[in-house]
Design a protein around this ligand. Structure first.
Ligand code: NAD
Length: 391
């Protein structure tokens, strides 16, 4: 069972860049970070519109003088305070992640950055090197990987329950953009602009999630890939709203990814299916409390969250917060991840390398992998869906 009593010596003083009023993902960060009282929200540059950001920040309980007009002022002014922020989350559009994360690390902050981590692979590598130099945590918000059943799948693969992995099927294919909704939605509009979104829309926006999750569950690395992408809403070109990717993994496994925003009628279809030589596992984010375990020749088993037969890889974190049968969901997954970030930050502050080596959280390596995958897909698709080496 989740240990609610565990606390650090003091909560981590935490700020945000982006995630302003009406943003898609700002509330998720605030809800998750503050869930276990490990982070205290004390300062922010929440919005491109400074006045709106200040008004929103004060209504979230921030002191008016700590609602800053932009991220540079946030980092500079907070560094002057004895009680200044120690960590920051970046929830702004994709093209801004690199410069903001770089400035945050240079200011000596721990960083939780939204995905895709950056647009260019070199930028993500540079951020990794900078975080190492500064001895700070650099995490990437792959928010679906805090679910207990995802960790269960990871452990089952690791202990050999399904045998060697042969096939990985990934999808994140929703229908929310099957018409040109960006005409009336600022959050959708920047996603269709290559200067802000990067060279891809839906592979970066959604495909990176199951891709990271599959890598986390199986530990397999991509060798090469082939991608075909389309813009069914023509005005989105060159950015795709639908893509199919075929992967070859090191060691012989193969896989596919369907990333789509035009899968009419679908809510998410974020699924990861791992086919092994003995059995298969399948997780679907619309039913996150269950994991399908299909052994060849036996009836399908549906493993349920919160049950004693599950492996519990860390009773303090990726455990059930509520007994089995009570549905847990998105916010619990995010809170589990923020809990892991807090423990990592604490270990960085104590220079506890042994803890950090054994402590899992979505870090910049996963961020680099996601950016690499997106760029390799674009290269493949734009050269006629050819095979490209991953590295
Ligand atoms: P959004 O357009 O809804 O909101 C962006 C917010 O950032 C707005 O409040 C805007 O004013 C603010 N902003 C923009 N530039 C800024 C700057 N330079 N300084 C301060 N504030 C700034 O976008 P969103 O949908 O919330 O997406 C934000 C990021 O989060 C994207 O990178 C996206 O890929 C990612 N995201 C991740 C998940 C997930 O599950 N992890 C889900 C949705 C979005």
């Amino acid at each position: 069972m989740f240990n609610e009593e565990f606390q650090l010596d003091a909560p981590i003083r935490w700020g945000m860049v982006g995630g302003g009023r009406g943003s898609e993902i700002g509330y998720s960060h605030r809800a998750a970070a503050q869930r276990d009282r490990l982070f205290t929200f004390v300062a922010a540059a929440l919005d491109l519109d400074a006045e709106r950001g200040r008004d929103f920040g004060t209504k979230l309980g921030l002191a008016p003088e700590r609602c800053y007009p932009d991220y540079k002022t946030l980092f500079t002014e907070e560094a002057k305070r004895e009680d200044g922020i120690q960590a920051v989350s970046i929830a702004t559009p994709n093209s801004t992640h690199y410069e903001i994360a770089k400035a945050a690390l240079e200011a000596g902050l721990h960083v939780i950055c939204e995905k895709p981590a950056t647009i260019h692979v070199e930028d993500a590598l540079e951020l990794k090197a900078l975080a190492e130099k500064q001895n700070k945590m650099l995490a990437v918000m792959y928010g679906y990987t805090g679910f207990q059943m995802v960790h269960q799948a990871r452990e089952m693969v690791r202990r050999g329950d399904i045998g060697a992995v042969r096939v990985i099927q990934m999808s994140f294919a929703h229908g929310f953009h099957n018409t040109e909704i960006e005409k009336n939605s600022p959050g959708a509009k920047w996603r269709m602009n290559p200067e802000v979104s990067g060279p891809s829309f839906i592979i970066g926006d959604c495909g990176t999630h199951p891709f990271y999750m599959a890598g986390m569950i199986t530990g397999l690395k991509v060798k090469s890939l082939m991608c075909s992408r389309q813009s069914f809403i023509e005005s989105r070109a060159p950015l795709e709203d639908n893509a199919h990717v075929v992967f070859q993994f090191e060691g012989g496994a193969v896989g596919t990814l369907w990333a789509s925003a035009i899968n009419s009628g679908s809510m998410h279809q974020q699924k990861v299916r791992i086919v092994g030589e003995k059995a298969s596992l399948e997780w679907w984010d619309e039913y996150p409390n269950q994991l399908r375990y299909e052994v060849q020749g036996e009836p399908v088993r549906i493993l349920e969250r919160g049950m004693g037969y599950l492996h519990n890889d860390d009773p303090g974190v990726s455990a059930n917060r509520q007994g089995g049968g009570h549905a847990e969901g998105f916010f619990e997954s995010w809170a589990n991840l923020y809990h892991r970030y807090a423990l990592a930050i604490d270990a960085y502050n104590r220079n506890d390398k042994a803890f950090l080596e054994s402590h899992w959280y979505p870090d910049i390596d996963g961020g680099i992998d996601g950016v690499k995958m997106v760029n390799a897909c674009v290269k493949s698709a734009d050269n006629g869906a050819v095979w490209v080496d991953y590295d």
